[in-house]
Design a protein around this ligand. Structure first.
Ligand code: ADP
Ligand code: MG
Length: 243
């Protein structure tokens, strides 16, 4: 079967700072990959490359059969293939929750407003926020905002969801409700790449955990193996700090 994401020999520099130094990664359809690694190791940069929010220095990234950096590829199409959920939720403060969820399908996918509203309400129901459809973002808790952000990404009907530390900005008591929604998506077969420090989530949900350090994948494996018997000394040190 064709993989959902295929990254080959990805390099990315900012000026003379060589941040990604040869990333190779294949993600199967329906697979959940958790990415861990120290701050500054290149995790966010790698995710942004998969969503074409960056220009890459060299290498290839293919998502759902589309070569992202081929000039012939329609960038807007690619952006709707991979949805991104950020640490900071980036909701539009002047729009209701429902409008935040429907604006993408209406503006980008040219969906009829009524259809988008029905989809938006269904997605809010899915993330447990149907009763907040007409609230505004500043009336919500951080956990609720992040669940709206997930619904908003889902509204674009992406093939892949990319999460960049989705719970890092949340008070500890709000982390669980967001992870629950993510677990549900994983159970439904969504292909997901998740940068997180939530090792419990990684253990429970990840098919594969990837350790990035110095812009390279230093080690990878199923969570039970990787956590029980880390080979790379930097991974051992890292796990010692986060677990
Ligand atoms: P992580 O997400 O693993 O903490 P990042 O991918 O954010 O790491 O950053 C990796 C390195 O790239 C860091 O040294 C960071 O300072 C640098 N970097 C990230 N974004 C930019 C940018 N837009 N311009 C210059 N340097 C950047
Ligand atoms: Mg980051």
């Amino acid at each position: 079967m064709t993989p959902m994401i295929e990254i080959r020999n990805l390099h990315k520099s900012y000026g003379d700072h060589h941040v990604l130094r040869g990333i190779d990664l294949t993600v199967r359809t329906g697979e959940v990959v958790v990415v861990i690694g120290p701050s500054g190791s290149g995790k966010s940069t790698a995710l942004r490359c998969i969503n074409r929010l960056e220009e890459i220095t060299s290498g290839t990234i293919i998502v759902d059969g589309y070569d992202l950096y081929d000039p012939k590829t329609d960038i807007n199409h690619v952006r709707t293939e991979a949805g991104m959920v950020f640490q900071q939720f980036n909701l539009f403060p002047h729009m209701s929750v429902l409008e935040n969820v429907t604006i993408g399908p209406v503006k980008v996918r040219r969906m009829a407003r009524q259809e988008a509203q029905a989809l938006g309400l269904a997605l809010l129901e899915k993330v447990g926020l149907a009763d907040k459809a007409h609230a505004y973002p500043d009336q919500l808790s951080g956990g609720q905002k992040q669940r709206v952000a997930i619904a908003r990404s889902l509204a674009m009907q992406p093939k892949v969801l990319l999460f960049d530390e989705p719970t890092s900005a949340l008070d500890p008591e709000l982390v669980g409700e967001v992870l629950e929604v993510m677990k549900q998506l994983a159970r439904e077969g969504m292909t997901m790449v998740v940068v997180t420090h939530e090792m419990g989530f990684a253990r429970e949900v990840a098919d594969r955990v990837i350790f990035i350090d110095y812009g390279k994948i230093q080690e990878e494996g199923p969570p039970n193996e990787l956590f029980a018997d880390p080979k790379n000394p930097r991974l051992r040190e890292f796990l010692g700090k986060v677990i």
